[in-house]
Write a protein that binds this ligand. Structure first.
Ligand code: NAD
Length: 501
């Protein structure tokens, strides 16, 4: 049985004796144990990062970039191995795991441009013989706390940029699928990153709370559910830290009657059931504007009936299991809830056949097939709550305005999409919708690495999105220097407020 421990100062460390079980979601069996950090373990990681920071901060931009280039090559070469680790603990299919590695690598590639990204501004002669320039400097030790659903990509939203900017980083991955973090740590070392610049502490609330309180941790990036994101934001900022905390989501796809319904059905099924719906950018609600509802639901149901559900390491599988039994049961409970709220169950994921097994809920492992609920009442719990599983709800609306109002009235504002062939309607939507990431005929509008990722409302606490220019901003502090090299003849006391002359 594997034992996943911490990575501190360039070595694997067992730390405290507390552990938790790791499962194989496809079989339901325990596949290993993960260390759960104590306060002392976190303190050891912070101390290693504090010690490594000054030399790394002083490494030249080009030297830092070269480590990133090497890390990029190593990650690419090990992407299959990384994907297999992810699939074995998360449950997602191998091709999907490879996809998350590829999207994470794009952030590494962006961070390779750090010499350019950290160029400041310079103004000659802001006053007589006075020049001004701006520089951005690393903040020190920074932490990233990440969710189970992207054990490689979400950490890679954070650490390539934090490290490229000259910070030392501590990752606290999800305890549900921790193995990817140790492979990434080893590859950093192989790439030539000095020990202590990248550390991993495994664990739960104990580790998170210590990172939030520790005075040597200067900034915290968090991605996870909304209640924890709010808690991390409030606790971290009350301890004087810079915090960006990304939360949950309930993403709507608004379908206007002029849309190409085959494209819509393909997109809704891909975005609703990819990774078993355990994506913060998954589409979980389709808003079908009258009169297309019946035709669209038929097309969606037909496509869902052709999906293959099975273990992530079986090439035939298109959708894997859910991450834990508790989570599967919670997601499945929304089916009966939906029925009690007046929805119609068009496809019942409990009945879906699993490759090599039987009916989803009778097969060992954490299975639930793709589920489609139609006529979900607007404002019902199934419509508004984040389910985070393979449950696609269709809500019928009579107009664009009614659909927009439902999106803007929701608690979350992570992603959304409009499907239409009317450019004017799409433009109005992009302007009026209160959501951070918007797709136009694109169901999962995840921004590229050189833009920044983040939602609005309860999907993000703090004002900085992750990666792209905002990531560079988050992991650095600005400084403006005003300099004057005097003529020997110039001088004189002046108690007035400095204004330019
Ligand atoms: P989670 O909130 O349960 O856990 C996230 C992290 O917080 C983990 O590292 C976990 O160990 C830690 N944690 C859990 N409970 C804690 C507590 N009480 N105190 C301190 N730390 C705690 O989230 P999850 O189930 O791992 O991930 C799924 C959630 O993440 C969904 O809500 C999803 O929408 C969200 N998510 C959001 C984004 C985004 O970009 N907005 C991206 C991915 C996932």
């Amino acid at each position: 049985m594997k034992f996943v421990n911490h990575w501190i100062n360039g070595s694997r460390v067992d730390g405290d004796s507390r552990t938790a079980e790791i499962f194989n979601p496809a079989t339901g069996e325990v596949s290993g144990k993960v260390a759960m950090a104590s306060v002392a373990d976190v303190d050891a990681a912070v101390a290693a990062a504090v010690a490594a920071f000054p030399a790394w901060r002083d490494a030249s931009l080009v030297k830092r970039a070269r480590v990133l280039f090497r890390f990029r090559e190593l990650m690419d070469a090990h992407s299959d191995e990384l994907a297999a680790l992810i699939s074995a603990e998360h449950g997602k299919v191998h091709s999907d795991a490879l996809g998350e590695v590829a999207r994470g690598l794009e952030v590494v590639e962006f961070a390779c441009g750090i010499p350019h990204l950290l160029k400041g501004g310079f103004s000659e002669g802001v006053s007589t013989r006075v020049d001004s320039y701006s520089i951005r400097q690393p903040i020190g030790v920074v932490a990233g706390i990440t969710p189970f659903n992207f054990p490689a990509m979400v950490p890679m939203w954070m650490y390539p940029i934090a490290i490229a900017c000259g910070n030392a980083f501590i990752l606290k991955p999800s305890e549900k699928d921790p193995s990817a973090s140790l492979l990434m740590a080893r590859l950093w070392q192989e790439a030539g990153l000095p020990d202590g610049v990248f550390n991993v502490v495994q664990g739960d609330k104990v580790a998170v709370d210590r990172l939030l309180e520790h005075e040597d941790v200067k900034a915290v990036s968090f991605v996870g559910s909304t209640p924890i994101a709010r808690y991390v934001y409030e606790t971290g900022t009350s301890h004087g830290k810079r915090v960006q905390a990304l939360g949950g989501a309930k993403n709507h796809m608004l379908v206007l009657p002029d849309a190409d319904l085959d494209l819509v059905a393909d997109s809704a099924v891909s975005a609703g059931f990819g990774s078993a719906g355990e994506r913060c950018m998954a589409i979980s609600v389709v808003l079908a504007v009258d009169p297309i509802g019946d035709e669209l639901v038929d097309k969606i149901a037909e496509r869902v009936s052709r999906l293959t559900i099975g273990p992530g390491d079986d090439e035939r599988s298109e959708m894997g299991p859910l991450v834990t039994e508790v989570h599967r049961d919670k997601v499945a409970s929304y089916l009966d809830l939906g029925l009690s709220e007046g929805a119609k169950l068009v496809v019942d994921g409990r009945e879906v056949q699993v490759l090599g097994g039987g009916k989803a809920t009778d097969t060992p492992g954490f299975w639930l097939g793709p589920t489609v609920l139609d006529h979900v009442p607007a404002g019902s719990r199934v419509h508004t709550e984040e389910i985070f599983g393979p449950v696609l709800s269709v809500v019928r609306v009579s107009s664009y305005e009614e659909g927009l109002e439902l999106i803007n009235g929701g608690e979350y504002g992570n992603g959304t999409a409009i499907f239409t062939n009317d450019g004017g309607a799409a433009r109005r939507f992009q302007n009026e919708v209160e959501v951070g990431m918007v797709g136009i005929n694109v169901p999962i509008p995840v921004p590229m690495a050189f833009y920044s990722f983040g939602g609005w409302k309860a999907s993000l606490f703090g004002d900085t999105h992750v990666h792209g220019a905002e990531g560079v901003h988050f992991y650095t502090r600005g400084k403006v220097v005003t300099s004057r090299w005097l003529d020997p003849s110039h001088g004189g006391v002046n108690l007035g407020f400095p204004t330019n002359k």
